[in-house]
Ligand binder design. Structure first.
Ligand SMILES: C[S@@+](CC[C@H](N)C(=O)[O-])C[C@H]1O[C@@H](n2cnc3c(N)ncnc32)[C@H](O)[C@@H]1O
Length: 467
């Protein structure tokens, strides 16, 4: 069916929220997924995709708003792909996140569950991120309305439209990070345009300016990385000098010349233009050095609460061997190290492991060992017999969850406890179901790291039965 012939569904009541944060309605027994509306809304929906078992639609008109709706804070709401849940009050966001965790554990996990503890909400519901990355584009993306108003094509600096590598929405305000991100980005854009600097084109791979990365620690110190697509010249040096002189909160200023086809800078050389080569983030008495390529949880304050839950669930008495799987820069490993005999951290990003070792040294922690490599290749029977049988395993895998082979090795290794931290309740529930062969779920604690979005973090404690 051509898109033109897709139906307009009139006065449909939105019922609930599904995975990926889309709202759900039913029409003639068929499920309809629709973004940017909330349960209780009555809306006219334009179908955009029709499949045998479901439809996708967009809101054409809200006929009667739900009493659960609130005003979006951001002027870019609905166009920028982030923060889809701004129109839901925070208490409702938390209620749906709790529900998402429960539904996944019930439907996919299919295990006996204890009472799920109330989700730990974030005190800051805006301004909580410590890192944002903006992209320069020689033609900013225009909405249909802007096209009708004949807004001219101009360079832009902002976020990618979801799933579109070449469409960049010019961002004037982002509320996810403290306000300095807005001053910086908007000043860089104005300066670059005034100086006639070219913005990158993803098709021709030409242009002087590619990306702008802004990071900030809890103390309010800022790190900036400007990524150029061409060798440094007078204009690019002028831009760096402007940031240095106008932004006193920028204590670490870097640039990178990236002439590759893609924007990732993990494999590129970074040059320190001015200031320190790192920021320091603190957590309890621990200090973590954040370099431009270092991974660090993006919501610093909620990361502390997440780690506190993981440590409490681990129930350490000081004699245990703990494995911290998918350790990143070793933050959880160091967070629990003083309560354990030894901690072993595994992670496949070598730079992250280098950071983990440096940070452990800086923190005077000498009972952690870090290994770099793919989990399924490193965590083998031989590795465990060399490094010691784990009493407790803390695992914090990426969204895809754990590889089947890793789950098998865990079952064989038979630690007393497994603390499973996850940013994807569906894959977590799948893995919990596999681990349930020998383990019972004792505690479940959701934590909200990402207010205004559908994402939720969840911690599950599993204990070995008949151990
Ligand atoms: C959700 S993060 C956890 C980070 C860390 N626990 C923390 O709190 O900062 C998942 C980590 O798993 C790593 N990772 C992803 N796939 C992996 C694999 N197959 N083997 C080892 N590590 C992997 C990623 O690089 C990332 O650092």
């Amino acid at each position: 069916m051509s898109r033109k012939n897709l139906p307009l569904l009139r006065e449909i009541t939105i019922e609930s929220i599904a995975a990926e944060g889309k709202a759900v309605a039913h029409v003639d027994g068929q499920v309809v997924f629709v973004p940017y509306c909330v349960p209780g809304d009555v809306a006219d929906l334009q179908v955009t995709r029709k499949k045998h078992s479901f439809m996708e639609a967009r809101v054409e008109r809200v006929v009667k708003p739900s009493d659960k709706r609130c005003e979006a804070v951001c002027k870019h709401y609905g166009v920028c792909g982030g923060c889809k849940w701004q129109i839901l009050p925070y208490s409702e966001q938390l209620r749906w996140k709790q529900q998402q965790v429960t539904d996944n554990l019930v439907r996919i996990g299919k295990v006996e569950l204890p009472e799920i503890e109330p989700i730990l909400g974030s005190e800051a519901v805006y301004g909580y991120r410590n890192k944002l990355e903006f992209t320069f584009a020689d033609h900013k993306w225009l909405t249909a309305e802007q096209m009708r108003e004949k807004v001219p094509f101009e360079p832009g600096l902002g976020f990618h439209i979801p799933n579109c590598f070449d469409k960049v929405l010019d961002i004037e305000e982002c509320h996810l990070m403290p306000e300095v991100n807005n001053r910086l980005r908007n000043r860089v854009r104005t300066y670059a345009i005034a100086e006639g600097m070219t913005f990158y084109n993803e098709h021709t791979h030409e242009g002087m300016l590619r990306t702008l990365i802004v990071r900030m620690n809890d103390a309010g110190e800022v790190m900036v990385v400007v990524v150029f697509g061409e060798d440094m010249n007078e204009k690019s040096r002028g831009l760096m000098a402007m940031i240095q002189s106008e932004f006193e909160e920028v204590v670490s200023l870097w640039y990178c010349v990236n002439k590759k086809m893609n924007d990732t800078i993990g494999d590129q050389e970074l040059v320190l233009y001015a200031g320190k080569d790192h920021l320091i983030e603190t957590m309890e008495e621990l200090r973590f050095k954040i370099r431009p390529k270092s991974f660090y949880q993006t919501n610093t304050r909620q990361a502390l609460r997440l780690y506190e839950v993981a440590r409490e669930f681990a129930g350490l008495k000081g004699k245990e061997t703990v494995y911290d799987l998918y350790t990143g820069t070793g933050t959880i490993a160091q967070f629990v190290a003083r309560q354990a005999r030894q901690v072993i951290g595994i992670e496949y990003v070598e730079d992250a492991i280098e950071d983990a070792r440096l940070n452990a040294q800086m923190n005077g922690i000498d009972n952690v060992r870090f290994f770099a490599g793919d989990m399924k290749d490193i965590l083998t029977r031989e590795f465990i017999s060399e490094q010691g049988q784990p009493d407790v395993v803390i695992t914090d895998p990426p969204r895809a969850g754990m590889h089947e082979d890793v789950v098998k090795v865990l079952l064989e290794a038979a630690p007393k406890r497994i603390v499973y931290v996850s940013c994807n309740p569906a894959t977590q529930a799948r893995d919990v179901n596999l681990l349930a062969a020998d383990y019972a779920v004792r505690r479940v604690q959701p934590v909200d790291m990402f207010p205004q979005t559908q994402h939720v973090e969840n911690v599950v404690l599993m204990e070995r039965e008949n151990a």
